[in-house]
Write a protein that binds this ligand. Structure first.
Ligand code: DTR
Length: 340
């Protein structure tokens, strides 16, 4: 009798050990990761987050579960990077423009260089990151990067000329704020997550961003005018706590690695399509008017942006950042991905 009990428990323990050692399974259950994001769930940074979660859970056969936290419920727009470094969340999505000095190399993609759309912007940004391996990201594992579509002016008042924009309070962040200043607006800096309140209270008369926000934040209800400038993109990064990354099994790391470029491209394609959907909704359902600058007017606006790139190169080089090479690479990658 005792012998049978010993044999049975040996079989039981053996099975347990086998299960524990089987790839894809563990006694402790799936690996759970938290993913923080600052804007509300329907916006594009969160849509790409949910797509990444789904893809990871599928490609690891449920070995990894990702719990997402949109709307700044775990980390906010400005403490995302430090929160991830400190391990307050495992993964976080950040907009580099909200800390422009910190991400100088990758933020070069937000110079007025003519990036035409989010897909091209995202692929260019990703290549710049890979080529320059900026120190700003050395304490985290970068899971992907992408940019918005080009920025345009959404406003409560029509803006058709440089006279119209002069002194108007418009919200923007980082590199984009410089552009507004060059056109004579009063650029008010704040993250996107703080903008709905500023618009409602009238602190700003509009904003400068990619146009999908007209629908996702319902800005079309307040901003009845869009002036097409197609000016600059905003770069984003998705980063992971380094020790969490190091603790992941090799096969999971492999899945995350594979997804890096794919996620950048997926987000670019999604964003470009979504801008179109948002604008047709804004025009049809909200009566939004689209203003296109006359040729002569556009030439004046463009002229004001000319000194920005050269000034930036000078200040970058003074800080030991290879500004000239960066701008050259951004232009070359942009032309390649635009099929030029
Ligand atoms: N244009 C940047 C980034 C941005 C564009 N769309 C969204 C949506 C949600 C958060 C950020 C952004 C900006 O204006 O902040």
């Amino acid at each position: 009798m005792r012998r049978i009990a010993v044999i049975l428990s040996a079989i039981f323990l053996g099975t347990l050990l086998m299960v524990a050692l089987m790839p894809g399974l563990s006694l402790a259950g799936p690996i759970k990761l938290t993913y923080a994001n600052f804007p509300p769930a329907p916006t594009f940074p969160c849509v790409q987050m949910e797509r990444w979660k789904k893809e990871v859970e599928k490609r690891t056969n449920g070995k990894v579960l990702v719990q997402t936290f949109p709307g700044g419920t775990l980390l906010g727009a400005k403490n995302m990077m430090d929160g991830i470094i400190a391990g307050l969340a495992d993964i976080g999505c950040l907009c580099m423009a909200y800390q422009p000095g910190r991400f100088m190399i990758t933020n070069a993609t937000s110079l007025p260089l003519g990036i035409p759309n989010s897909l091209v912007g995202s692929l260019v940004l990703w290549d710049i990151y890979k080529k320059y391996q900026p120190k700003a990201f050395s304490k985290v594992k970068v899971l992907t990067m992408f940019t918005t579509a080009p920025s345009n002016i959404m406003s409560k008042i029509p803006i058709r000329t440089l006279e119209d924009i002069k002194g108007v309070n418009l919200r923007a962040s980082g590199g984009a704020a410089q552009i507004l200043k060059a056109w004579g607006a009063n650029a008010v800096g704040m993250p996107m997550s703080a903008t709905p309140e500023a618009l409602e209270k009238g602190v700003v008369k509009g904003l400068f961003s990619s146009l999908e926000v007209m629908k996702d934040f319902k800005y079309a209800e307040l901003c009845k005018y869009v002036t097409i400038t197609d000016a600059v993109v905003y770069p984003f990064a998705v980063v992971m706590n380094m020790s969490k990354w190091n603790s992941l099994p090799k096969d999971v790391q492999q899945v995350f690695e594979e997804l890096r470029t794919q996620q950048a491209a997926w987000t670019g394609v999604y964003m470009d399509k979504h801008v179109k959907r948002a604008m047709s909704w804004s025009k049809r359902k909200q009566g939004v008017k689209v203003i296109r600058l006359s040729k002569a007017e556009k030439a004046k606006w463009d002229k004001l942006l000319e000194p920005i790139v050269n000034k930036w190169i000078e200040s970058a080089e003074a800080k030991g950042v290879p500004g000239k090479a960066l701008v050259r690479d951004i232009k070359a990658f942009m032309n390649m991905y635009s099929g030029k």
